[in-house]
Design a binder for this molecule. Structure first.
Ligand code: 5GP
Ligand code: ZN
Length: 116
């Protein structure tokens, strides 16, 4: 989608600091990091949010690609041994601000402020 910022980052037409990419997934540094490591793992396919991913005909394949990318992204960011948090904000109450499904991978410091 040409008016979607994450589609444009994924296709390279908006610059970003990419740390990992494959045929299905791109991971790049968040522009407003909340921790020393704050990456966004984004499927290349435009899907609005986690609910749409779950019902998309391609959803299982895309979700698997995201899951398989996690250890590679964590290793590329240097947090595979120290740990990290993986977060999806879904919809308004979830605090989602960009309408292209994405997962925040956050680490590089002890993340004390747990909601649960
Ligand atoms: P959400 O609030 O939708 O869960 O997360 C969106 C994230 O995208 C935010 O953490 C925000 O800082 C990040 N973001 C928004 N615009 C850009 C951008 O143009 N480039 C990068 N690298 N990150 C962005
Ligand atoms: Zn998009």
């Amino acid at each position: 989608m040409s008016d979607c910022i994450f589609c444009r980052i994924a296709d390279g037409s908006i610059p970003s600091e990419i740390v990992y990419q494959d045929d299905d997934v791109v991971a790049f540094r968040d522009i407003h990091p909340v921790a020393p490591v704050h990456l966004l793992i984004v499927p290349r396919k435009h899907v609005a949010n986690l609910l749409d991913l779950a019902t998309d005909p391609d959803g299982s394949r895309v979700a698997e690609a995201v899951l398989r990318a996690v250890p590679r992204v964590a290793a590329a960011a240097g947090v595979d041994r120290t740990g990290f948090r993986l977060i999806n904000n879904c919809g308004e109450d979830g605090g989602q601000t960009i309408g292209h499904v994405h997962f925040h991978l956050i680490g590089g410091r002890s993340l004390g402020e747990k909601l649960l």
